[in-house]
Design a protein around this ligand. Structure first.
Ligand SMILES: Nc1ncnc2c1ncn2[C@@H]1O[C@H](COP(=O)(O)OP(=O)(O)OP(=O)(O)O)[C@@H](O)[C@H]1O
Length: 713
């Protein structure tokens, strides 16, 4: 369990207080707690607590000797703002789920069920060591408490209940353009994966068809149901990614590599979008069926290993992300709303001595603890709102990536899972205190949209509100005018309303107009730049054609052809620049630094290695850097073919003679003075030729073996 990790400052998570009223008195009559009896009936399943044990747990302590400790800070004011507000300032929603006792716990001598539930209060009854008479009730308050110990009991919380309470509101928020995050936290074997994925999350059986299907598959199914009920004009795109953090390393769960050779991915921070996983595969899905295939693949790839506590315990933190973008075609210029939903199943942890037996397992435990320990520190720093504390997000990969979900732009919920058995008391109390502290974190979520779109949206809703108000007023005044005259104050109010409406309508019109204007201006600039670039390119191409024809007539040396090819290379590079691409730029820069020549045409990448006399062609459609640690590895993996004819080495005299011929040919082509564009082009080509000649001569002089010439065009 995270909070019992070595070095975890317990005080961060527990600030028990002894208070003194019926919820808080130092001594209370337990019967006054009015706990619904049915809640504690004996479960039928194999999780059932044997009757004798149950009796012991509820009757062994005399009622008047139960101390009560109220663990939830009384002052914790909870922020919940209305969905209509653009900025949603809200605390983390925190829920706790109690799973049934398992066979091991039932078989353990002396193990009792120590959890009681009363509405949103959760009570843990403890029997301090050495004390036979006094028991202590620790009372915790949460937004929701799910008691899932006995299916036959009417208060049993099903998977559907948990989804409807925890998952559905986040799904609705995502449709409004808010980021959302739900993470499950708890001791190993306490039911995180069961709640997030379902009963058979690892076996991939019935992940979404049976009653035990978890929050994630239900969320995804509902997502597509809601998409199908959107207006016809709305276009929704859904992209998914799934990765795990295992031993502080990130692995893509949706890449096709096997577990053994999975390359860890890196995290980088974008100045605007924040931390992200580099080269993480993202998959567009059009139906739930497509999404399900990825989900199953990811679950299969998730690292699992047996621990003594949970046979198929998941040893990694897994993050399933859904990006939803909705554009409303019926609204002019709607740029769409984008939201990201992260469904996180954290790894459980336990004291190293408890269940780790190999060196690898110990490292695993330390890494899991590091992430959860940092998560604890982050929660603690965020919860302490008074001090402007430093929040150590970057101390672990998990917290770095969850930064926006913890105290940032996201609506976030936490589901803490616990076992009811007395044998896990320490871990359970730690989890509950952790969860209590998380309740004080305040997030500020906002609709992810263009600020201008936001203004238009706000004005639109204001206009709608005012129109409705005016209609109400007018309707009322019509119905009453036959009986009484509208008094002065009424008519003033109506006038004020009318004025306000007209003013807001004007502002809306203005905002829409300026948006359209801005859009048109940007478009015009783009078109102008594109036209200029096209013109420049056409001129250069025709110059190259002319020079090629001229060169045939005066039969120049092979260097002339080489030069023209270089020029053509510049042109094709110009083409590639239209489809600006980070990868291509990086490859080009790398080649330049490593003595390779890299050129592109519209559909392929050509890399020439002049030293080793080899060349590689790669269709751009097959360009994929995934799976390569760096560009060097990528370049080495290319298919290379030998360059058959190495360029002939020429002497200085030969170079000068050839160049003179080119200059003469060029002189013939000099355009008339009034041809501004061509004159400019001509001067440019002339300058290129001069630097080319200088480079050639330099090369011939300085390095007899060098076969590469660099020059600036
Ligand atoms: N609410 C529940 N009802 C019935 N069975 C449950 C419930 N929660 C958990 N279980 C069972 O308890 C066992 C452990 O649950 P689960 O694998 O979800 O734990 P976990 O917290 O994800 O563990 P780990 O951190 O090791 O991955 C499973 O066999 C699961 O079916």
């Amino acid at each position: 369990m995270a909070l019992s990790a070595p070095g975890t400052p317990r005080s961060n998570f527990a600030t028990p207080r002894r208070l003194g009223n019926s919820r808080t008195p130092g001594l209370v009559n337990r019967s006054a707690q009015n706990t619904p009896k049915s809640q504690f009936t004996t479960p039928r399943s194999n999780y059932a607590t044997p009757k004798s044990k149950r009796v012991e747990s509820t009757t062994s302590t005399p009622e008047c000797f139960t101390n009560v400790t109220l663990e939830t800070p009384v002052s914790s004011s909870r922020n919940r703002s209305s969905k209509d507000k653009p900025d949603e300032v809200s605390n983390l929603t925190v829920a706790v789920r109690i799973r049934p006792m398992n066979v091991k716990e039932l078989d353990c001598v002396g193990a009792t069920d120590i959890v009681r539930v009363r509405g949103n209060d959760l009570i843990i009854r403890t029997q301090p060591l050495g004390s036979s008479s006094t028991s202590v009730d620790h009372i915790f308050q949460y937004d929701h408490v799910f008691w899932s110990c006995d299916e036959s009991n009417r208060i049993y919380s099903t998977q559907e209940d948990v989804f409807m309470t925890m998952g559905k509101p986040l799904l609705n928020s995502a449709f409004h353009g808010y980021n959302a995050c739900l993470f499950a936290y708890g001791q190993t074997g306490s039911g995180k994966s069961f709640s997030m994925m379902g009963k058979h999350s690892y076996d991939n059986l019935d992940i979404d068809t049976d009653q035990y299907s978890g929050i994630t598959p239900r969320f995804c199914r509902d997502l597509f149901e809601q998409i199908s009920s959107l207006d016809k004009e709305c276009v929704a795109t859904v992209e998914v990614s799934y990765f795990e953090i295992y031993n502080e390393k990130i692995h893509d769960l949706l890449s096709c590599g096997t577990n053994a050779n999975r390359t860890p991915l890196k995290v980088r921070e974008h100045p605007v979008w924040g931390p992200y996983v580099v080269n993480l595969s993202v998959h567009t899905v059009k139906t739930y069926k497509e999404l399900r295939t990825w989900l199953l693949l990811g679950n299969k790839n998730r690292a699992t290993a047996a621990t003594t506590m949970n046979e198929k315990s998941s040893r990694s933190h897994s993050i399933f992300s859904i990006e939803l973008c909705i554009c409303d075609g019926s609204k002019d210029g709607d740029m769409g709303r984008r939201s990201r939903v992260s469904l996180v199943d954290l790894a459980g942890s336990e004291r190293l001595g408890n269940s780790h037996n190999s060196e690898e397992k110990i490292r695993e435990g330390v890494c899991i603890n590091k992430s959860l320990l940092t998560l604890g520190k982050v929660i603690s720093a965020l919860a302490d709102q008074k001090k402007n504390q430093f929040v150590p997000y970057r101390d672990s990969v998990l917290t770095w990536l969850l930064r926006e979900s913890l105290g940032g732009n996201s609506l976030t919920s936490m589901l803490a899972t616990i076992s009811p058995a007395s044998t896990h008391l320490d871990e359970t109390l730690a989890t509950l205190r952790y969860a209590c502290q998380a309740r004080s974190i305040v997030n500020r979520a906002r609709v992810n949209e263009n600020p201008h779109d936001r203004l238009i949206r706000e004005l639109r809703s204001e206009v709608e509100r005012l129109r409705a108000l005016r209609q109400d007023y007018e309707r009322n005044s019509l119905s009453t005018s036959s009986l009484i005259l509208i008094n002065d104050s009424n008519s003033d109010e109506l006038d004020e309303l009318r004025n306000k409406l007209t003013e807001t309508e004007n502002r809306l019109q203005e905002a829409q107009r300026s948006w359209e204007q801005r859009f048109m201006e940007t478009k015009e600039t783009q078109m102008r730049e594109l036209a200029e670039a096209e013109k420049y390119k056409a001129e250069l191409e025709s110059a190259v054609r002319v020079m090629k024809t001229a060169s045939n007539e005066i039969s120049l040396s092979p260097y002339k052809t080489n030069f023209l090819e270089q020029l053509e290379g510049v042109l094709t590079e110009e083409d590639a620049r239209f489809c600006e691409n980070d990868i291509l730029d990086n490859i080009k820069n790398w080649c330049c630094k490593n003595g390779l020549i890299c050129t592109f045409n519209t559909d392929s990448l050509i890399i020439t290695d002049p030293v080793n006399r080899r060349q590689s062609f790669l269709p751009l459609s097959k360009l994929n850097m995934a799976g390569f640690e760096n560009i060097s590895d990528f370049v080495e993996s290319l298919m290379w073919t030998e360059i058959k004819k190495p360029p002939k080495k020429l002497g200085k005299a030969e170079i000068m003679a050839s160049m003179n011929q080119i200059y003469q040919a060029l002189a013939v082509l000099q355009p008339p003075d009034n041809e501004n564009n061509l004159g400019l082009l001509f001067a440019r080509v002339n300058k290129s030729l001069q630097s080319f000649e200088a480079a050639l001569l330099n090369n011939a002089k300085s390095n007899a073996n060098s076969k590469t010439v660099t020059f600036n065009v």
